[in-house]
Structure formats: structure tokens, C-alpha cells
Design a binder for this molecule. Structure first.
Ligand code: SF4
Length: 464
């Protein structure tokens, strides 16, 4: 299924990569083309920080995709994974550190703020909180007219008429023109935001968590209105959401973000039915099933998203990935063993080659549990007893063979001496940091092609 694409085509670790054509599919004109977009922020500001060379917050790192005219592209991921920063960098509300953003063929990153200003009427935004994004001292009619005024569209009467017409279109009433925001419910206020965004007849609306502040019963109504308006106004949406049910309802294509990278991008149904990246799979597994009789245990993503100040090397998901690839020297595949090796070396290596997939999962689970100290018992803590508990939990059937077993036993000894830090570092060094997942950043591999829709995922498991 996986038709490989030469990874060198997209650069090496740390290099900006050229936007592969197929990330956006092949049909129609792309409205937005994002290529190698990167946005770093200083983690500290001030003179001392600049002298010390404080590290950057790597909020968005080398991201490429397209948004097609008339579609809804959703960006999903946990909080803090860079979705909002990416969207703001696309709209140039925050200038990117590097990379390019072409909007209707023009490279926004090459333009000054003044040159971009006239284009802003074609790029509007809707924010998460409908309450705070509306000026409480202005009547909604004036709120809707503001962007038209800023871009010098229509005369006074024309603006008033358009505002009333838009109130009608978004499911409110023309008579609401003279009301204040506090007189509306949350859902109605978000409709006012929609009317304001549509007032300049934009091509693109970026919607940042557009319904997450609303009651579930209201969410579907607002999403339906958004869909109807999209057709009527021929507008393109970039929707940011952490809620996969919202995404499934409204999106045409979905890009999954993790810690500043897009790790998977596909047409919506393809992504939900056939997720390829372990992070996407974990996110989908975690969706609650509305069936009280469902017995299947739901997978949970362990641990927190690491800091973007010092993200993990290689694949950024590797510290939480349940499918982290076994380092080559423990991989159990005898076929790759060089026939010409010295007999002693060969014997020693064969020992390690016996590590089964199951043992590897236990070893990885053990290493993660130690690293997170998830087995430290709060009451009556006894280091020796905790070490024994860990041993039983993960290696009840015996330790792994060869070098890996020696390392695990050494880690258990350190735990019994209450040396968690040292044990965690030893395990991480041995089992995680020599995995290809830690050594090389994975780039997009094509998973499937359905007509013009291309499904890509960035994971070493899918490398041919
Ligand atoms: S590259 Fe490795 S760590 Fe990253 S998602 Fe794939 S298997 Fe997991």
C-alpha cells in the first residue's frame, strides 16, 4: 500500500523541505500554498537572555501543505501542538521565521505589512470565544460594518444594508442590528462573528476552535450554518480544533499536528477509517464511544506533550509513541547479520537478536514507567519494593536476553537504591535514543491515493 517517495527529496534533518506537490492533491487551484513554514519564538527576552543565547520555542517547524479553493481543511492535535501559531503564521498575523506562504499566487512572506493590508479583506478570522471577540460597547450592526469600513468597502448606507443582509444569512434577524452583544446567547454571538468575517466577502476564513466554547447542542447548528455559508459565499475554511467529532463533521481534509510538525494529512473519511500515524491512531482510539455496552478498553496517550523549547530528536512523537521502532541491534531480525562477522561477535549479537516484539514492548513500557516515575507509591514508599513491583509487572516471564537484559537488571538495581534519575537515563540511552525514531526525522510517505486525494504520514514505520 505504501508507495515510497524519496525522502531526500524533502531534505534532511533540520533543513527546510520543498513542498511536495502531492501534499495538496492535484485538482483545482490551491488558494494557499505553505512551504517549509517555520515559526520560532525566543523563550526569554531581554538583554541577558540574548547574551546567554536562550533557546527558541520551536512552535512550528518546517511545515508544508496546501489549502484548495472552496474546501475546509482542519488542523487537529492536542493543546500546545502549534495549530494556532501555524494558522497565524499562514495569515501573517505572526511573521514566520522561515518558509513561504503563497496566497492566490502571491508570496506573503516577501511582502511588507503595508503590501499585505489590502489582501486582509480576503483573509478573515473567527476566534474561539465569541464573548471576548466582540466589543461589548458596540452594537452588532457596527461590529459587522467595521471590517468593511477598514477596507473602504461600500458607502455608509451600503454597509448598513450588507450588515443587515448578513444578519439574515447567518440565522439572526435584521432587527438585531441595533442590539448589543450581551443581549445574545453564545451561539448567536458566534453567528455575529461569522457575519463580521463574511462582510468583506473573503476567500479564506480561519476559524480557531469556532464552536468549542458552545454547548454541544448548539455546536451542530453553528457548524451547519458554516457549511451553508461556505457554499453560498464560495469561501474556504481553515478550521483549528482539538475536537475530532467537530472535525469529522465539517472538514474535507484533515492535517494532524504534533509538537510543531504535521504528521499526517488525508481526506477526512480516509483519515478516520485508515489512520496511519501512531499519533493519529492514538487520538482516534481515545474518542469516547457512545455505547454503554462497549467493552473495548480505550487507549490513552501517556505522558504530556514535551516542551517545544527542547523537542525530542528525530520524530517528535517518539517519547510517547507506543510503536517506537526497536533499535537495530535488538531488532530480532537475523537476516541482516553479516555472515563474515567474527564468531564471538556473531554469538554475542545473536543473543540480542532474540528479543521478541513482545519483550521489546515490555522493555519499552518499563523504560517509560521508570522515566515517568509512574510506579512510585506515594504512601509507605520503599525503593526496593517498588523495584520488585516493576520487575514483576514488566518481566514476570524473565528479563530480555543479552545486552538488553543486562541493562534492565542494572536499572532495577539502581531503582532499588532509589536512583530513579540514573535508571531512567540509562534506559532511555539504551532503548530509545539509538532507535531510528530518535536518530532521523521522518518525512511524508504516501500511504494511499484516491483520485486526487493523497494520504501522507510521516513515520519511519511506513518507510519502504
Ligand atoms: S517514527 Fe517512530 S516514534 Fe515516530 S510515530 Fe513512527 S514509529 Fe512512532
Amino acid at each position: 500500500m505504501s508507495s515510497d517517495t524519496d525522502p531526500t527529496e524533502f531534505g534532511t534533518i533540520g533543513e527546510a523541505t520543498a513542498a511536495p506537490d502531492w501534499v495538496g492533491g492535484e485538482d483545482g487551484d490551491p488558494l494557499v500554498e505553505v512551504d517549509g513554514l517555520t515559526k520560532y519564538f525566543p523563550s526569554e527576552t531581554g538583554f541577558i537572555a540574548s547574551i546567554r543565547g536562550a533557546p527558541d520555542v520551536q512552535a512550528v517547524d518546517d511545515v508544508s501543505f496546501e489549502i484548495r479553493e472552496g474546501e475546509t481543511l482542519a488542523l487537529v492535535g492536542e493543546s500546545g501542538c502549534g495549530k494556532s501559531t501555524l494558522a497565524r503564521a499562514v495569515l501573517q498575523l505572526q511573521r514566520p521565521t522561515s518558509g513561504s506562504v503563497r496566497f492566490k499566487g502571491q508570496d506573503l512572506t516577501e511582502m511588507s505589512d503595508r503590501q499585505i493590508r489590502p489582501l486582509r479583506q480576503d483573509m478573515q478570522m473567527i476566534f474561539q470565544d465569541p464573548q471576548s471577540s466582540l466589543n461589548p460597547r458596540m452594537k452588532v450592526g457596527r461590529i459587522i460594518e467595521e471590517p468593511m469600513k477598514a477596507h473602504d468597502l461600500h458607502d455608509k448606507e451600503g454597509r448598513r444594508e450588507r450588515a443587515k443582509e448578513l444578519l439574515d444569512k447567518v440565522g439572526l434577524d435584521r432587527a438585531h442590528y441595533n442590539r448589543y452583544p450581551h443581549e445574545f446567547s453564545g451561539g448567536q454571538r458566534q453567528r455575529v462573528n461569522l457575519a463580521r468575517a463574511l462582510s468583506t466577502d473573503p476567500d479564506l476564513i480561519m476559524c480557531d476552535e469556532p464552536v468549542s466554547a458552545l454547548d454541544v447542542s448548539i455546536q451542530a447548528q453553528v457548524l451547519n450554518t458554516m457549511r451553508e455559508l461556505q457554499e453560498e459565499f464560495d469561501v474556504t475554511y481553515l478550521v483549528i480544533s482539538h475536537d475530532l467529532s467537530v472535525v469529522r463533521y465539517i472538514a474535507d481534509r484533515v492535517a494532524v499536528m504534533y509538537l510543531g510538525h504535521i504528521v499526517e494529512l488525508a481526506e477526512k473519511e480516509e483519515l478516520f477509517e485508515n489512520p496511519q500515524h501512531p499519533y493519529t491512531q492514538a487520538l482516534l482510539e481515545a474518542i469516547p464511544v457512545p455505547d454503554p455496552s462497549a467493552t473495548k478498553a480505550r487507549a490513552t496517550l501517556e505522558g504530556d506533550v514535551p516542551s517545544p523549547i527542547n523537542p525530542p530528536s528525530g520524530c517528535r512523537f517518539r517519547t510517547r509513541c507506543p510503536k517506537l521502532i526497536r533499535p537495530g541491534r535488538f531488532d530480532g531480525d537475523r537476516e541482516g547479520l553479516d555472515e563474515d562477522l567474527d564468531e564471538d561477535v556473531r554469538e554475542a549479537m545473536l543473543d540480542d537478536y532474540e528479543m521478541s516484539e513482545e519483550t521489546w514492548r515490555d522493555t519499552l513500557g518499563f523504560a517509560r514507567a521508570v522515566k515517568r516515575r509512574s510506579f512510585v507509591l506515594e504512601e509507605d514508599y520503599d525503593a526496593e519494593r517498588t523495584a520488585r513491583l516493576l520487575e514483576d509487572r514488566f518481566f514476570g516471564e524473565g528479563f530480555p536476553p543479552g545486552e538488553s537484559g543486562d541493562v534492565v537488571q542494572e536499572a532495577c538495581r539502581l531503582l532499588a537504591e532509589d536512583e530513579w534519575e540514573e535508571a531512567g537515563d540509562l534506559l532511555e540511552r539504551t532503548f530509545e535514543e539509538s532507535s531510528i525514531c530518535a536518530l532521523e526525522r521522518p518525512y511524508y510517505e504516501v500511504e494511499a491515493e484516491h483520485g486526487d486525494d493523497v494520504h501522507v504520514a510521516a513515520c519511519h514505520l511506513h518507510k519502504e
